[in-house]
Design a protein around this ligand. Structure first.
Ligand code: PLP
Length: 452
């Protein structure tokens, strides 16, 4: 096998998503209603999500058919290519074989449309005319704007203030697809107004923006909410990535010994690795799975494995996950998608069981890897994506030292074309590293809800 890109034909695209819930190595602790302290029922989520997505959220079926209308939109960019990174291998002088599954080819430039399209579809099927969401740097907001546009739904996005002001291009992309975008905290919601009363110059956070979007959706009759990560239905929509990759590895006559990627809420990495994880759980294959995150937001490496809220205003259900506390406000690092205080319960369970290995990285070493990548493989990765690239390079260098011929798969979650200001900062020598002080984590423990 010496091709540098492995294309799957549209005909061979997976026809169902994979749901890891029934295959988890230990029982998943259920989401808890913050008011009653009881496990959440479908009716609790009904104000926020269409019933089809609630059913997927709680499903114990391993396979969920992909609807034809979703397949049709997927085919605008799917199947995505699996590349072999020959130029990087040669540059590193490594015996490792490095592959990457390229999700940057979607209209929004990341993996996020894989779930945005599915979510917009199920909302349309249930006659919902409006979807409300939040976005950090704008990746999710733009993906959902695209998906809503395709299915004729109005999209309203609450965007974290620092990004709204500092990164206008993704906001403009949302507008191009017909969505409305507001800076968060805003004066349009109770949650936003109470933050502004305390700090009129609040830079905002994902937790605050979620509070605003949830509040608007819960109060409106004609609107639902959509989340771009963390929840099970989101993770399962993303498994199209790993399922395609599995078929492509079969075509290549190869198989990964190691899968590396980045975790913000955990959806893109779940998408890449969950279809492979079952073989590891069953003891059929010994795959090393490395999930990277920033040292400035070290959720899985240093967070507490405990129930916590998903948002700052304490409106969401409690999820059992690694958390830095729901009041966490991250340092202004450039991997905007990796600054969430928690992560998907399924991913956290696999971390707690030692199946997924978390690793925290400093942003300067991450950008250094991104530059090496762009000067060998050509593509300029998103800062989030570059975390996985850093880990892959480190592992490939270890292979050079030990002579091991490992096969490494990178989850390539998106391109960095909207992140050039961050590259400018790195290239001009003005980037700084952040390490979350332990006091902040200790202080967050005091705010955790009293549910074990
Ligand atoms: C949003 C985003 C991430 C992180 O989110 P996950 O849910 O963890 O996947 C990573 N990479 C890119 C390019 C993103 O847009």
């Amino acid at each position: 096998m010496d091709e540098s890109k492995i294309f799957l034909s549209e005909r061979d695209m997976p026809q169902a998503w994979y749901n890891i819930n029934p295959d988890l190595p230990a029982p998943l602790q259920p989401p808890i209603h913050p008011g009653t302290g009881q496990p959440l029922g479908p009716e609790d989520l009904a104000p926020l999500f269409p019933m089809a997505l609630i059913a997927q959220e709680m499903s114990m079926e391993p396979w969920i058919d992909i609807p034809d209308d979703v397949m049709e939109i997927y085919r605008l960019w799917r199947p995505s290519p699996l590349h072999r990174a020959y130029a990087l291998e040669e540059h590193l002088g490594t015996p490792a074989r490095i592959y990457y599954k390229n999700e940057s080819v979607s209209p929004a430039g990341s993996h996020k449309p894989n779930t945005a399209v599915a979510q917009a579809y199920y909302n349309r099927e249930e006659g919902i005319p409006r979807i409300i969401t939040e976005t950090g740097a704008g990746q999710w907001g733009s993906a959902l704007s695209f998906a809503c546009c395709v299915f004729g739904i109005q999209c309203e996005v609450y965007m974290v203030r620092v990004s709204y002001d500092g990164k206008p291009y993704r906001r403009l992309l949302m507008n191009a697809w017909g969505a409305e975008c507001y800076p968060s905290p805003s004066d349009r919601t109770e949650a936003g107004r109470s933050i502004l009363a305390e700090d009129p110059d609040s830079p905002g956070s994902l937790g605050i923006a979620i509070s605003e979007a949830v509040e608007v959706a819960a109060q409106a009759d004609d609107a639902k909410y959509a989340l771009g990560s963390v929840l099970n239905h989101v993770l399962l929509h993303q498994t199209i990535v790993g399922l395609e990759a599995k078929k492509q590895f079969e075509m290549a006559g190869d198989y990964p010994d190691m899968i590396v990627g980045n975790v913000g809420g955990g959806s893109n990495f779940a998408g890449v690795c969950f279809p492979f994880v079952k073989e590891k759980i069953d003891g059929e294959r010994d795959i090393q799975i490395i999930a990277t995150e920033p040292t400035a937001c070290p959720t899985m490496t240093r967070g507490i494995y405990h129930y916590d809220f998903g948002d700052t205003a304490e409106l969401t259900p409690l999820l059992k996950m690694h958390t830095l506390g729901h009041k966490f406000i991250p340092a202004p690092i450039h991997a905007g998608g990796l600054r969430y205080h928690g992560a998907a319960p399924q991913m956290c369970l696999l971390v707690s069981q030692g199946i997924v290995e978390p690793r925290a990285l400093h942003q300067k070493e991450v950008f250094e890897a991104a530059i090496t990548w762009s000067r060998t493989e050509g593509h300029l990765p998103a800062p989030e994506t570059a975390h996985g690239i850093r880990a892959a390079i480190d592992e490939a260098v270890k292979c050079r030292e030990t002579g091991e011929e490992k096969c490494i798969l990178i989850g390539y979650s998106g391109h960095g074309h909207f992140d050039l200001a961050a590259y400018d900062q790195y290239l001009s020598g003005n980037m700084v590293d952040y390490e979350l002080p332990q006091e902040k984590i200790d202080a967050a423990v005091a705010d955790l809800p009293e549910v074990e």
